[in-house]
Design a protein around this ligand. Structure first.
Ligand SMILES: Nc1ncnc2c1ncn2[C@@H]1O[C@H](COP(=O)(O)OP(=O)(O)OP(=O)(O)O)[C@@H](O)[C@H]1O
Length: 295
């Protein structure tokens, strides 16, 4: 991210050595500070598509090495908020962002910030697995090569990324085969390996399991809990059980219709520890949603 960007940002994957990794994976919500120690933050985030006000005044803090789930009914702006975090909305011509998005106190929409660099630090995994039409090996090696990332051995790096994505044992004998030859769940893990290959700090996941069966979903959820030891993860999910199973904190959004136009603008209702949101939410709208009375 231009000269403003710290070269060695504090939670860089590159600095996570074997000694600094925690020996066991903690359970979601375990050992959680009351307030997140934010890696990323939105302040009064508003998003418009043309004249349509899609998201209103979102203030959120995403804690380091935590999984934050964004939940809420369809159209409340979860994906829109997620895409603002790594400037993916720049690719939508009608999209306009107001407010502030901070990454390690750097304004990601600042005039000197390069969106490509933002996306290098803040990777993304999409709803539908989208491997490149390349070999399994090249899917992982592509990003590091394109950005000229220095690695001692690309073979070792590819292996490490595939191991981190819990895919190595299944593909180590067919690295030259196409990424398309894998099952849907394996393709999604390949996309996760690809996302971490450029050593991001944060991984955004937009409904990463919605196209997967329960077994593949379970594998991705286990993987997320492991990845959280090194990365900060922000996930959009429609699956409330999934949010409850994997996330440390949950943000519940809803959509409020405009009285004159009827357009529905998304807003953040409540953000708290996941155990609180699913146990004793503070807002009736959250309670209605998680108990299935609405949405
Ligand atoms: N590219 C776009 N152009 C115009 N409007 C958009 C665009 N993307 C999203 N919207 C609108 O913005 C609002 C929020 O959409 P968004 O996809 O962020 O919600 P969501 O909560 O993620 O929904 P879902 O759960 O159905 O995926 C919706 O009204 C949607 O129609």
């Amino acid at each position: 991210m231009t000269s403003n960007t710290p070269k060695e940002h504090p939670v860089s994957n590159a600095t996570a050595t074997a000694e600094t990794k925690r020996p066991t994976v903690r359970n979601p919500g375990e050992d959680l500070p009351n307030q997140p120690l934010p890696v990323m933050e939105t302040r009064a985030l508003n998003v418009f598509y043309g004249d349509f006000h899609a998201v209103h005044d979102v203030d959120l803090k995403f804690g380091r090495h935590e999984i934050t789930a964004l939940i809420g009914p369809s159209g409340c702006g979860k994906s829109t908020v997620l895409r603002c975090l790594n400037r993916m909305n720049d690719l939508v011509p009608s999209a306009r962002v107001e407010g502030t998005v901070l990454y390690h106190d750097i304004d990601v929409y600042g005039p000197k910030v390069d969106p490509i660099e933002v996306r290098r630090h803040i990777g993304m995994v999409f709803q539908k697995a989208n491997p490149f039409p390349k070999s399994i090996y090249d899917n992982v090696a592509y990003g590091p090569r394109v950005i000229g990332m220095k690695v001692d051995s690309m073979d070792d790096h590819v292996e490490q990324c595939l191991r981190s994505a819990a895919l190595w044992d299944e593909v180590k004998d067919k690295l030259k085969e196409s990424g398309y030859s894998l099952s849907g769940g394996q393709q999604q893990r390949l996309c996760i390996a690809r996302a971490i290959a450029t050593k991001p700090d944060i991984i955004l996941m937009d409904e990463p399991c919605s196209a997967l069966d329960p077994i593949a979903t379970s594998a991705i959820e286990d993987l997320m809990l492991n990845l959280r030891e090194e990365y900060t993860i922000i996930i959009v999910t429609h699956n409330m059980q999934q949010a409850a199973r994997v996330s440390d904190r949950t943000a519940f959004f809803t959509a409020r219709p405009d009285e004159t136009t009827g357009n529905r603008t998304g807003l953040l209702v409540e953000f708290d520890k996941t155990s609180k949101i699913f146990g004793t939410p503070s807002d009736k709208r959250t309670e209605d949603y998680i108990s299935g009375r609405f949405g």
